[in-house]
Write a protein that binds this ligand. Structure first.
Ligand SMILES: [Cu+2]
Length: 164
């Protein structure tokens, strides 16, 4: 089953990856994972972010429960939000619910993944593999397209607290 899912994801990546730069997607069960991407990490940086869209056209809620990657010792699911003027980050141990008929977006400033203790910093232009596991739809291997080092809060101060 896992093997089938992986090859299906690979095929989807191949078919969709040949279009517009970065416009790639993956499917698992009824869920569609749109354009996973990350940013190039600065030398010495230990954490990398991960972003994508999850579309759930089905009739049942699902939940992103865990993520793993051989590029990181662990991958955490985080939420970033403004508390007044202070940017706050917290890990979501329960993951992220993807309601039936809805779309959830992981993006800078909101929900995101954190690749922890990355030993080989992500470089622009490479693809970083990770496995997303959903409560109902199961696991799916996806690839994060690494773009330029961004000026968003991820690359900078907001993530210093993650390095402890
Ligand atoms: Cu974070």
């Amino acid at each position: 089953m896992r093997k089938f899912l992986n090859s299906a994801a690979f095929l989807a990546a191949f078919l969709l990856g040949t279009g517009l730069a970065g416009a790639h997607g993956f499917k698992v069960g009824e869920l569609e994972i749109g354009h996973p991407y990350s940013r190039a990490m600065l030398p010495g940086a230990k954490v990398g972010g991960g972003y994508f869209k999850i579309v759930n056209p089905g009739n049942t809620d699902d939940r992103l429960v865990s993520v793993s990657s051989d590029r990181a010792t662990s991958v955490q699911i985080h939420e970033m939000s403004m508390d007044g003027t202070i940017m706050k980050m917290r890990e979501l141990p329960q993951g992220i619910v993807v309601p039936a008929g809805d779309t959830v977006e992981l993006k800078p400033g909101g929900y995101h993944l954190m690749f922890m203790n990355v030993s080989q910093p992500f470089k622009e232009g490479e693809m970083v593999k990770a496995v997303l596991t959903f409560e109902k739809a199961g696991p799916v291997e996806v690839e994060f397209a690494v773009g330029p080092a961004g000026g968003d809060a991820h690359a900078g101060d907001a993530h210093k607290e993650h390095k402890k």
